[in-house]
Design a binder for this molecule. Structure first.
Ligand code: CP
Length: 345
């Protein structure tokens, strides 16, 4: 058993509800107990995600996958997760091919689509916009990333990955040292992840960001309210990585600012094999939400770690499927049916 047993009772979807609705807008909806309960459901989904078993618990259900910002992983893995549970998916990508290009409001879009689909996953460039979609509907809504706000499903699969890797290595998350590196100001995945990690005890966070791209104060204050964690901020990659159990690198979100904040950002912030060997032990985990920027002059995560077993990025992306299946099962109230629905392929 990888996770501590929940001390609470009652359906998980009631306990993580937002404004009484079965929606996933923020990691703030979770306690340590409820997040670990979700992960036990994700464990149950693993054989379906690997296509060793089949389940049709969402047969007849339709997902509206609405992505008004670029995405590869989140859009496809949410769609694949819904399909693997027997449902069907309708996609809209970009504003150009939606009637929002003709001035339709979030409220009208959400009300209309509520009559067509059984759940919606939404990515939108504006912070708070997915909550606006959610207020206009009673069907389950999942935040697939709202500008620089949150990316709760990414943080959930990141935490699931950390716990799975630690379990393999015989380590505990309580007391661990987590280094978050890169654009901590605009990177929504780190905003959600640090809040989720703060549900654990006695963590040391080293926050390594270029000048001007530091973690926002409102997130630091929220993490600080948990008590018992140590937070150190630095502009030195070497200083921040020494002794880390997890390195979580991120890309600079160039699409969210004009570029003047980039002053001081250089190859000095690249996580690569040399710095990982220099600063960390053989069982460090190197993570990244992806995409990593492979263009000339980009800095976030070197390809020279690609064959290094410490690099967990593709195990991390694989975990997106069972975790997102678990999210759908809970929000649509079918998690109790999964075990008995399993069939051989
Ligand atoms: N991690 C992530 O959100 O990736 P995409 O932008 O490709 O969805």
């Amino acid at each position: 058993q990888k996770y501590a047993q929940s001390a609470q009772s009652g359906p998980l979807r009631q306990r993580i509800a937002a404004d009484g609705k079965h929606q996933l807008l923020s990691v703030d909806q979770f306690s340590r107990e409820s997040v670990e309960e979700l992960f036990r459901i994700a464990d149950l989904m693993q054989p379906i995600a690997r296509r060793q078993k089949v389940s049709r618990v969402l047969e007849g259900a339709v997902l509206g996958n609405l992505f008004f910002e670029a995405s590869t992983r989140t859009r496809v893995s949410f769609g694949a997760a819904f399909c693997r549970l027997g449902g069907s998916v309708c996609d809209t990508t970009g504003f150009t091919f939606s009637s929002m290009a003709k001035g339709e409001s979030i409220y009208d879009t959400s009300r209309v689509l509520s009559g067509y689909v059984d759940a919606m996953v939404i990515r939108h460039p504006d912070q708070g916009s997915v909550a606006e979609f959610a207020r206009a509907t009673n069907i389950p809504v999942v935040n697939g990333g709202d500008g620089p706000g949150e990316h709760p499903s990414q943080a959930l699969l990141d935490l699931y990955t950390i716990l799975t890797e630690f379990s393999r290595l015989g380590k505990l998350l309580d007391g661990a040292h987590i280094a978050l590196v890169g654009d901590l100001k605009y990177g929504r995945t780190v905003h959600s992840l640090i809040k989720l990690l703060a549900l654990y005890r006695g963590l040391k966070f080293t926050l390594v960001a270029p000048k001007g791209l530091e973690m926002p104060d409102y997130i630091l204050e929220q993490v600080g309210r948990h008590g018992g964690h140590v937070i150190e901020q630095t502009h030195s990659l070497e200083e921040g990585l020494v002794g880390a159990d997890v390195i979580y690198a991120t890309r600079v979100q160039k699409e969210r600012f004009s570029g003047e904040d980039l002053e001081g950002y250089s190859a000095d912030f690249q996580v690569n094999k040399a710095i990982v060997d220099q600063c960390c032990g053989p069982d460090v985990i190197v993570m990244h939400p992806l995409p990593r920027d492979s263009r000339e002059g980009a800095n976030d995560l070197s390809v020279d770690l690609n064959d290094d077993p410490r690099l967990a990025i593709f195990r991390q992306t694989d975990n997106g499927i069972p975790v997102r299946m678990a999210i759908f099962a809970v929000l649509l109230g079918v998690e109790g049916l999964v075990q008995h629905s399993l069939r051989d392929v």
